[in-house]
Design a protein around this ligand. Structure first.
Ligand code: C2E
Ligand code: MG
Ligand code: MG
Ligand code: MG
Length: 288
């Protein structure tokens, strides 16, 4: 019996190994395919931007929208950034993709401005590789000029890790970007490691409180305390506080009570393609 059990265990082990090995092989193949497709997607213009509104709490005004990239893959359908941004980062493809995203965002901001909409600032997520590329400020400057776009209609979203890895260089880049007149936001705040002493030296306009804190604000006293502290800190540093991932009116009410300036999340709207966003704005009487 013991022998039999041993035999089964061995078989099982072998099968498991075979299983994992197949799975790894499969994963590797998909990765290669994905990388090949990613390159082609850039030339075939398979990417698109969706836009999620950002609303000011005290008067419900739509201040801006966050541009979020999607990939309309010919076979796999609409892919979320989690599926391809990491690979784009690893392969360096994020640099041309990031430039496409910035250009598409500027073009859209310009189109809305020409359509006579109330000023709508467009926020663009920047990856670490883009941020570390010392051509970034020049690229932004050119894009603003190319689209004759007022700089304050563009916002860049950066993360703590990007700024804290090399504080000195990050500070120089931030100041070069800020000198262009664009807005700078710190995304997913609270998930990384920030030195508060450094934070106050950076020319940031906005802190975006990560969704993980907002999610539990009405059920976990600790998260509620953290959110209150972040809002206070932002204000003390002269920055705007925006809460990400707001899904319920209870969360919104709590944030309003805590003096949070802005909210973004499914409660207000999910990210929408440009034309759907325009319809959403009309329904809200932002556009007449
Ligand atoms: P992020 O910048 O923190 O963007 C917010 C993410 O939360 C978006 O996911 C958005 O759809 C989602 N979200 C918004 N409201 C809610 C809500 O109420 N509940 C929940 N559960 N989720 C909500 P998405 O579009 O899948 O993007 C994920 C991440 O991918 C982004 O996080 C950002 O880090 C990255 N990303 C997106 N677009 C770009 C881009 O154009 N360039 C770069 N470099 N990264 C991007
Ligand atoms: Mg973001
Ligand atoms: Mg975020
Ligand atoms: Mg995020």
């Amino acid at each position: 019996r013991a022998d039999m059990a041993m035999y089964h265990a061995k078989q099982l082990g072998r099968n498991n190994f075979q299983f994992y090995s197949d799975a790894l092989q499969h994963q590797a193949t998909r990765r290669v395919e994905l990388e090949r497709d990613l390159r082609a997607a850039l030339t075939n213009e398979e990417f698109e931007l969706h836009f999620q509104p950002q609303v000011r709490l005290h008067d419900d005004a739509v201040i801006g929208v966050e541009a979020l990239v999607r990939w309309r893959h010919p076979e796999r359908g609409l892919l979320s950034p989690a599926r391809f941004i990491p690979l784009a980062e690893e392969t360096g493809l994020i640099v041309p993709l990031g430039e496409w995203i910035l250009r598409a965002a500027c073009r859209q901001a310009r189109t809305w401005r020409d359509a006579g909409l109330p000023p709508l600032r467009v926020a663009v997520n920047i990856s670490a590789r883009q941020f570390n590329d010392d051509q970034l400020p020049a690229l932004i400057e050119n894009l603003l000029r190319e689209h004759e776009l007022p700089a304050d209609l563009l916002e860049l979203e950066l993360t703590e890790t990007m700024l804290m890895t090399d504080v000195k260089t990050a500070s120089i880049t931030l100041n070069r970007l800020k000198a262009l007149g664009i807005a700078l936001a710190l995304d997913d705040f609270g998930t990384g490691y920030s030195s508060l002493a450094q934070l106050k030296r950076f020319p940031l306009d906005m802190i975006k409180i990560d969704r993980s804190f907002v999610a539990n604000i009405t059920i976990d006293q600790n998260d509620d305390t953290i959110v209150q502290a972040i809002i206070k800190m932002a204000h003390n540093l002269g920055m705007t506080a925006l809460a990400e991932g707001v899904e319920t009116t209870e969360q919104e009410d709590a944030l309003r009570t805590h003096g949070c300036d802005m909210v973004q999340g499914y409660l207000i709207s999910k990210p929408l393609p440009a034309t759907e966003l325009e319809a959403w704005l009309s329904a809200r009487h932002v556009v007449t």
